[in-house]
Design a binder for this molecule. Structure first.
Ligand code: BGC
Length: 339
């Protein structure tokens, strides 16, 4: 399948280029176009940044805010499926969907195709078989997102780069770690869990999983899991891997509450590069994170929607690279996000 890659804002700034160009069309041509957007939940730190940028950018491109419907799936697939039906009955011009359960994408695709409405999936990637159907049938359906394998690998590399001597605080020759996972149905969680550890073993390090729990991407869960791990196996924990920053921020609170100090007697990595996490990396309270570029992804999704509306069309997979964020470059990423 042909794949297209969008630049991260970092790469775009470094190369002094602008974002992917959208075919020329007078700004106002989109003013009467209706966009239906479904988010898996509004209660997710990362997806909140994403949806804010998505709406801002669509308005910048000439869409009328009143014609952009953004719906909260409340983390419930039945609720979201009802919302998708309503948007289809409403005859929106394009759908942008962050699935609650990507496993049900096939049914959503069928409904959109039958109604003749182009569809852009975001953030939660449908299965390979599902993506293959879009290409085989030449449907106006695409996925915009990042490959979570890369983010997991980068998390592992951040620890590998410290060297075993630094990380192996108890001197048992292994990296003793706790893994705090996002939603296990989501490939982002599956791949980050697998590939962060694979990066360690690929580098020849031995590993020992002290605890591996599901935190569902949520900060409070990140706190409770880390708190419990530190209370029961505290002394042996050398690294806490979190599938996202929200859970890492929770874990940090537990680490500091237990009187431990990141960088001295424990290491902590997340994914997303939330502003709060970047500040923690700069202050040395987090070892590192991985920038999940919500700006490039939101703009990429909006551009894909525009390409369907104009008839330009899209590849069936539009990818975006992650960027490792450590003390060395966290301030640069923060500057881009807060400028
Ligand atoms: C982000 C998480 C977020 C999840 C939602 C992931 O790519 O890293 O922070 O909770 O997407 O699906």
């Amino acid at each position: 399948m042909k794949r297209k890659v969008i630049s991260t804002i970092l790469a775009a700034v470094m190369a002094a280029t602008t974002f992917m160009a959208v075919p020329a069309m007078a700004e106002n041509d989109f003013a009467d176009k209706k966009v239906g957007i479904c988010m898996y939940t509004f209660a997710d730190n990362f997806m909140t940044l994403y949806r804010t940028e998505l709406e801002r950018y669509l308005v910048e491109k000439g869409f009328d805010k009143a014609n952009i419907q953004i719906l909260d799936g409340n983390n419930d697939q039945a609720t979201q499926s009802g919302q998708i039906n309503n948007l289809i009955s409403d005859k929106v011009d394009v759908l942008i969907i962050n699935m609650v359960t990507p496993l049900t994408a096939e049914d959503v695709t069928d409904r959109a195709v039958e109604a003749g409405i182009p569809l852009v999936y975001i953030n939660r990637e449908p299965s390979e078989e599902e993506e293959a159907r879009w290409a085989e049938n030449n449907w106006d359906v695409t996925y915009v997102g990042a490959d979570a394998r890369q983010s997991g690998t980068m998390q592992g590399e951040i620890i590998v780069d410290l060297g075993l001597d630094t990380v192996d605080l108890n001197g048992n020759g292994k990296v003793d770690y706790v893994m705090i996972e996002g939603d296990p149905e989501n490939v982002d969680a599956q791949f980050r869990t697998e590939f962060s550890i694979k990066a360690l073993t690929d580098a020849g390090l031995e590993v020992n999983a002290i605890m591996d729990e599901i935190g569902m991407w949520d900060q409070t869960n990140g706190y409770s899991i880390a708190n419990q791990a530190l209370a029961s196996n505290g002394a042996d924990i050398e690294v806490i891997f979190c599938n996202n920053d929200a859970m890492a921020l929770g874990a940090l609170e537990a680490i500091e509450g237990a009187g431990r100090k990141v960088g001295e007697d424990i290491f902590l990595v997340g994914v997303d590069a939330l502003v709060e996490a970047l500040n923690d990396v700069i202050e040395g309270r987090m070892t590192g994170t991985v920038f999940n570029d919500h700006i490039a992804q939101a703009q990429g999704a909006a551009d894909a929607a525009i390409n369907y509306i104009t008839g330009a069309g899209n590849e069936h997979y539009i990818g975006c690279d992650y960027v490792k964020a450590t003390a060395e470059n966290a301030a640069d990423i923060l500057a881009l996000l807060t400028e």
